[in-house]
Design a protein around this ligand. Structure first.
Ligand code: HEC
Ligand code: HEC
Length: 402
């Protein structure tokens, strides 16, 4: 390199033509020819493979080479001693298993452009004295970046919506719904089996998620019975399941519509984790005045010191007015940092029962159960079976009023 530079230099002197070596080593030329176009790339940057939004390569670059250099250097994204180990390059090199050919190509362009620019810039003595202007620095809201990452979005989808798919697969998964599809059409198969990510993408692309009015998304209005649903109502408006659907849909719409600019706007994460089991509880002989009302049952387990302080499982559903029966799928309740119980263990339980007698939640899905909705408690014990056909049956006439 040194040798060929000297040679090129000699040629320039003798011919007064710009030599190759100068063009190669001139970082500002590399910057304008290869880096600036990345700022305007219509497809965005390769970061999108994992960062749904909130981060783009262009956040790190500006139209001005020396300001960009100073800012990347001062915030640790360029390593002058080992330019090829620069943090920015290692971030560009990140990729997942299923990268699409288009992203692969884009990433290669980015990598080549920035690797040659950083190499040239590191040797450019003019840049060495460049200073970051007072107001520039890469200001990242780490919590927001995290929230907008694709894997986090998918995690929330899985926790809030995918976890309920057991109630939908019989009619909406192509593995099971041949008859339904014959009768109602191909759009019945909106579940992509075993693939929450593809399912979420389908829901969005097909408009079953309404990005302008997320509460009106059909993925929610069908199962809550807000609109006619061939499968009937699956869970009550304002119930735990509904709240989790709404929470995901509102947040997702804001992300897609690019409405977050700071982590202060993010929804507060719930302090508890719910895990749907296949344990069903049925309470029989309920008072007729509770017919068709939303009812919640919290279960407490027996510990050495008596009943547990916190509920260990919960379920919300309607009271079936015709049969005076309530049946719910129990979800275990744990704190965020605990591994959730997958099934309910055999043992003794205390059930606390709440009924939304004033139907507050039908009017406002954001309303929550209060102590004033508490109607009584009862104790029972034994083991649990799996599936709705074999619920644990408890006669509610033993309920102690509050
Ligand atoms: C293959 C997935 C993937 C790609 C592609 C990706 N990132 Fe990330 N990024 C992550 C993950 C996961 C985290 C959080 C944990 C970590 O840093 O490993 C993260 C965190 C970050 C952070 C948080 C702060 C920090 O210093 O850790 C920034 C900034 C960031 N990425 C920028 C980028 C940029 C810029 C690109 C594109 C050039 C990019 N990422 C491409 C997966 C990716
Ligand atoms: C017993 C069968 C059955 C079950 C279980 C069922 N559905 Fe449906 N669903 C239907 C039928 C039939 C239709 C078509 C008629 C209609 O649009 O209401 C439908 C339509 C839909 C549609 C509209 C699809 C489209 O593209 O038009 C959505 C969304 C939906 N259901 C959501 C759900 C959700 C969410 C669940 C689970 C919580 C569920 N369904 C459970 C039978 C069922």
């Amino acid at each position: 390199m040194k040798y060929s530079c000297l040679l090129a230099f000699a040629i320039i002197l003798s011919t007064a033509q710009p030599g190759n070596c100068l063009a190669e080593d001139d970082s500002s030329d590399v910057y304008s020819r290869r880096v600036i176009p990345l700022l305007r790339a219509p497809g965005g940057s390769s970061c999108q493979e994992c960062h749904f939004s909130g981060i783009e390569l262009s956040d790190f670059l500006t139209g001005d080479e020396s300001k960009t250099f100073a800012r990347l250097r001062d915030s640790g994204w360029i390593d002058l001693r080992q330019p090829q180990q620069s943090k920015l390059l290692t971030f560009i090199n990140r990729h997942s298993k299923g990268t699409s050919p288009a992203i692969k190509k884009l990433r290669q362009q980015e990598r080549e452009a920035l690797a040659s620019w950083i190499a040239a810039a590191a040797k450019n003595s003019k840049l060495a004295s460049a200073k970051s202007a007072g107001d520039i620095g890469i200001e990242l809201d780490a919590e927001l970046v995290r929230h907008l990452r694709s894997d986090r979005i998918l995690e929330r989808f899985t926790e809030n919506i995918w976890s309920e798919m057991g109630r939908c697969i019989n009619c909406h998964s192509p593995e099971r719904n041949e008859k339904q599809v014959k009768e109602h059409g191909e759009q019945m198969s909106w579940i992509v089996p075993h693939d929450p990510e593809a399912t979420l993408n389908y829901l969005r692309e097909s408009g079953l998620i309404d990005l302008s009015e997320p509460d009106q998304s059909e993925i929610r209005t069908k199962p809550t019975g807000l609109v006619d649903h061939g499968g009937g109502p699956k869970f009550p408006i304002g119930s735990l399941s509904d709240k989790r659907f709404v929470e995901f849909l509102r947040d997702y719409a804001k992300i897609v519509n690019d409405e977050y600019s700071s982590s202060e706007q993010l929804p507060k994460p719930s302090s508890i984790r719910l895990h749907a089991t296949e344990n069903f509880l049925r309470l029989t002989d309920l008072p007729t005045k509770w017919a068709d009302k939303l009812m919640r049952v919290d279960l407490y387990g027996l510990t050495d010191a008596g009943w547990s302080d916190h509920r260990i499982a919960t379920a919300e559903s309607w009271v079936n007015g015709k049969q005076s029966v309530w049946q719910g799928i129990m979800s275990t309740v744990s704190s965020r940092d605990q591994h959730p119980l997958q099934e309910l263990p055999a043992g003794s339980y205390l059930a606390k029962v709440y009924v939304d007698q004033a139907e507050r939640m039908r009017a406002d899905p954001d309303a929550t159960f209060a102590e004033s909705d508490f109607v009584g408690s009862m104790e029972f014990d034994g083991d649990w079976k799996l599936g709705w056909r074999e619920p644990k049956i408890v006669d509610s006439r033993q309920m102690k009023d509050k």
